[in-house]
Design a protein around this ligand. Structure first.
Ligand SMILES: [Zn+2]
Ligand SMILES: [Zn+2]
Length: 364
């Protein structure tokens, strides 16, 4: 029996959705779980029972009203743990973008706009093919005095870590499926380097996304600190100027007591506002996208280097290149003097004169 929202009625024995989810998640994890109306009984393998911290044999209830019932409704610890467990395994999908390849005139215009900050770039041959991209959705949680969740997405080329423009990334956002995205005939693979680029860029994106949240935590921390200080300052002032006559010793004892209480409250604050940020990959989409490949000849003084840049369908500019020093993406690379390493603006902020190349330094 299954329940659909709005039709669940305990009298009819229909199962509300959270219990459905819990029973299915437990069964998938190797437990025996059987529903009985708005309740269920479950027999868990010892490992699973220890992991989610419930007895090996237990009764699950949406409304735990009997002794030993394990709550599994919205907000219950068990439901949260099973959701966390399900989220722990990223969903990965292979897809292809059924879009027309870019027109040659468009490709030439995009190639002409590409520039090396400290040298020349000559576009050469253009060919049509496909490119594989990996779009990763990375979930992050900020836990302090409250809990905030969010999602960032990073898209990288599986070939070289290049980064397509936002329009291509938007097509690969399966939370809002585009009609152009179709299942791939065979599963696509990306090598381990794609995982490295995703980890690197997701970390940067998560840092940027949680920055305002950490700022809010700090502000609440400061606000609570000020409130405690001013609240106790008032109490201490009152204690020092009692309305009725009091023994000076009794006054001092009261003040000392208030000071100790204030200090204890202040000392407890940092633990309450210590922010913990965790993140995990929630979903991966590996997609094949029609793309134009443009060979570029880059020149810097006497050195030169060939490379193949990509323009995927739907993009208005060539993929950003991967900085050979830090692994981030750049649309305005500079080349180092000795080996023509391509460097981002952070690694080579000044393209005038000789560049102290971090990529060359790594090789030494
Ligand atoms: Zn860099
Ligand atoms: Zn170099």
């Amino acid at each position: 029996m299954t329940a659909s929202p709005g039709t669940a009625s305990p009298a009819g024995g229909a199962l509300p959705a959270p219990l459905d989810f819990v029973v299915e998640a437990l069964a998938e994890a190797g437990a025996l779980a059987e529903r009985e109306g708005a309740r269920a009984v479950a027999l868990l393998p010892p490992g699973l029972a220890a992991e989610i911290e419930v007895p090996e044999e237990c009764a699950l209830a949406l409304y735990p009203d009997r002794d030993g019932d394990v709550a599994c409704g919205l907000g219950s610890t068990l439901l949260e743990r099973l959701i966390a467990r399900a989220r722990g395994r990223p969903v990965s999908t292979s897809a292809r973008l059924a879009a027309d390849p870019p027109r040659p005139a468009h490709v030439r215009a995009a190639a002409d706009r590409f520039a090396l900050r400290n040298g020349l770039c000559e576009p050469g041959q253009i060919s049509m093919g496909t490119a594989v991209y990996v779009a990763a959705s990375v979930a992050h949680v900020v836990e302090a005095d409250d809990r905030r969740e969010g999602l960032v997405r990073v898209v990288v080329s599986a070939h070289d870590g290049g980064e397509p423009d936002a329009a291509v990334g938007a097509h690969l956002d399966l939370a809002w499926p585009s009609a152009l995205v179709q299942p791939s005939a065979a599963p696509l693979a990306a090598d381990g380097r794609a995982a490295d680029w995703i980890a690197l860029r997701a970390e940067r994106a998560v840092r940027a996304a949680v920055q305002p949240l950490l700022g809010e935590v700090e502000r609440r921390h400061a606000r609570d600190h000020d409130r405690i200080v001013s609240y106790f300052a008032d109490l201490i002032a009152e204690a020092r100027a009692p309305r009725r006559r009091a023994e000076p010793k009794a006054v001092e004892a009261k003040v000392a007591h208030l000071v100790a209480e204030r200090n204890a409250k202040l000392e407890a604050l940092p633990a309450r506002f210590a922010a913990k940020v965790t993140c995990s990959v929630a979903a991966l989409v590996i997609a094949e996208v029609p793309a134009a490949l443009v060979s570029l000849r880059l020149r810097r003084r006497k050195e030169s280097r060939e490379l193949v840049a990509r323009l995927p369908a739907g993009a208005s500019s060539l993929d950003r290149l991967t900085c050979e020093a830090c692994g981030m993406a750049t649309s305005r690379p500079a080349a180092c003097d000795d080996r023509m390493h391509l460097l981002c603006e952070a690694c080579a902020p000044n393209a005038q004169g000789r560049i102290a190349c971090p990529a060359c330094a790594k090789r030494r």
